[in-house]
Design a protein around this ligand. Structure first.
Ligand SMILES: O=C(O)[C@H](O)COP(=O)(O)O
Ligand SMILES: [Mn+2]
Ligand SMILES: [Mn+2]
Length: 505
């Protein structure tokens, strides 16, 4: 075990590794500090996608599973995998909660409404899950299935929504049931900034059939001036001009996203309005909604990790992030545990100005740096954990030039924080949670498109030891599961029993 010192864990969100090239915004950026750190023998590449972290093979990493595994010190089967298992084993077909809801709909003549992201980005949803749900609805002889498609353009390349709508229509034709009733961009339906006016527009289209009226689902895509994330809430009408599928009393609503964070605002909104009208609510995976919505697939335990060990040892930690990533350095890093241990302090940096991250790639990194600096100067805080969000959040815009600037702001912040660490006798451990900005272009069918999504690339992990701190060089293959044991070891503490990762330095 290395000589114990206090430290700073910096998660550089979306900091993936790839060779330099036209698509790579990180290697195009002027980042002297990060370049120098990555050139030291204490740098390593860690797996952050696929089975190494608890995802299906070849699946891109994401912020939730990334921070869960960084905290847990072991791969944790992610919700997407658990859903997949329930589908491939056939178990979803005999799920009691689903059976009861669908039997009820068949008896009363109610409709089933499937609401979810229509893409296979594998971060929030997999459109292929709809295929099984439509087959199950057919098995139960549900009279009608109304599909409320949410267009993506963020986890997958912009310009692909038409293909996904066709996929959905293909599944419906195959199952002999299901009609697309509404088409809405994820900017509205999956807002998590708390802007209820966006959620309200999505809810009006889905619940009441009120919105931009269209004859065919694809007509909605004509409203994509700002990209497919922002397709106007659009309502498909039938031959009589009336909406084909508003929610009626006694219907069943099933949310098909497997990830909660972006669908829960809409789920709570619709539940508040419709539950009193006898509408039954279900979600494919477990959500963090205020409303108790029964889930068809439950979560894996992600506890017993870094936070539990710090609490057990009475070691104080301060967690710092901008609003976009606040839950990640708290709730997810703590194994999806909402209760805050007395040895933890949480600092959420928020900014009231409306976010246009292309124009403001620095985001609030100055405030994050100040907060980390103040925490690092305290003698009662052995561990400061912060998320630097810029590379990922700006990377999601798909804007290469802005992402280059985001990386440059991150580099300056890391440089400043390494100085603070050296003044305060701390080590700094930097790690990405998944790739993003190292791949800003994608190609399919011979067409190259800007790409703001995540990747399967490994992420850098590098230790800057405290002055005089003796550490070894990392050996062998590394994954995100090795970060918690490493942090504990650098603090002079052994790993938690549930951890399967190992200390890298
Ligand atoms: O919700 C989002 O912003 C993206 O779909 C995924 O990004 P995240 O996993 O970094 O939150
Ligand atoms: Mn992330
Ligand atoms: Mn992201």
């Amino acid at each position: 075990m290395s000589a114990a010192r206090p430290g700073i864990l910096l998660v550089l969100d979306g900091w993936g590794h790839a060779e330099p090239g036209e698509a790579n915004a990180l290697t195009a950026a002027d980042t002297p500090c990060l370049d120098r750190l990555l050139g030291t023998p204490l740098a390593v590449l860690a797996e952050a996608s696929g089975t190494a972290v608890g995802l299906l093979p070849g699946t891109v990493g994401n912020s939730e599973i990334g921070h869960i595994v960084i905290g847990a010190g072991r791969p944790v089967p992610y919700d997407s995998v658990l859903v997949e298992e329930r589908i491939s084993s056939g178990a979803l077909r005999s799920d009691e909660t689903l059976s009861a809801a669908l039997t009820g709909a068949a008896r009363t003549g109610g409709s089933l409404h499937l609401i979810g992201l229509s893409s296979d980005g594998m971060i929030h949803a997999n459109v292929h899950h709809l295929r099984e749900l439509l087959h199950i609805a057919a098995l139960f002889a549900v009279p009608e299935v109304r599909i409320h498609a949410i267009t993506d353009g963020r986890d997958v390349a912009d310009g692909t929504a038409a293909t996904y709508l066709e996929t959905v229509e293909g599944y419906a034709a195959e199952a002999g049931i299901g009609t697309i009733a509404t088409v809405t961009g994820r900017g509205y339906a999956l807002d998590k900034s708390g802007d209820l006016s966006l959620t309200e527009r999505a809810a009006r289209a889905i619940a009441d059939g009120a919105g931009h009226l269209i004859g065919e689902p694809k007509d909605a895509l004509a409203t994509t001036g700002r990209g497919e994330e922002w397709v106007e809430p659009s309502v498909v009408t039938g031959g009589d001009g009336a909406p084909v599928g508003p929610v009626r009393d006694g219907d069943v609503v099933l949310f098909t996203n497997f990830r909660s964070d972006r669908i829960q605002q809409l789920a709570d909104h619709l539940h508040r309005e419709l539950a009193a009208r006898g509408v039954t609510f279900l979600s494919l995976a477990q959500y963090d909604t205020a409303a108790a919505i029964p889930a068809l697939v439950h979560r894996a335990d992600a506890g017993g990790g870094l936070a539990a060990r710090l609490a057990e040892m009475g070691l104080r930690s301060v967690r710092i992030a901008e609003a976009e990533k606040f839950e990640h350095v708290t709730y997810y890093l703590n194994g999806r545990e909402a209760a805050v241990a007395p040895v933890e302090e949480h600092i959420r940096i928020s900014d009231a100005t409306p976010p246009d991250y292309r124009a403001r790639p620095e985001m609030s990194i100055g405030q994050v740096t100040e907060a980390v600096t103040s925490a690092a100067r305290r003698d009662d805080v052995p561990l400061v954990v912060a998320n630097l969000a810029n590379i990922d959040v700006v990377g999601h815009t798909g804007d290469h030039a802005a992402t280059v600037r985001a990386a440059e702001h991150t580099d300056r912040a890391v440089e400043a924080l390494c100085r603070v660490a050296s003044e305060t006798g701390r080590w700094v451990l930097l790690v990405g949670d998944h790739g993003n900005a190292e791949k800003m272009l994608t190609e399919s069918g011979g067409v190259r498109r800007p790409y703001g999504g995540h990747t399967t690339n490994p992420v850098p992990a590098v230790l800057v030891p405290a002055e005089g701190q003796r550490v070894g060089r990392p050996q062998g293959a590394a994954t995100l599961a090795d970060i918690a044991p490493s942090v504990l070891s650098l603090l002079g503490v052994g790993p938690a029993p549930a951890m399967t990762g190992r200390a890298l330095w």
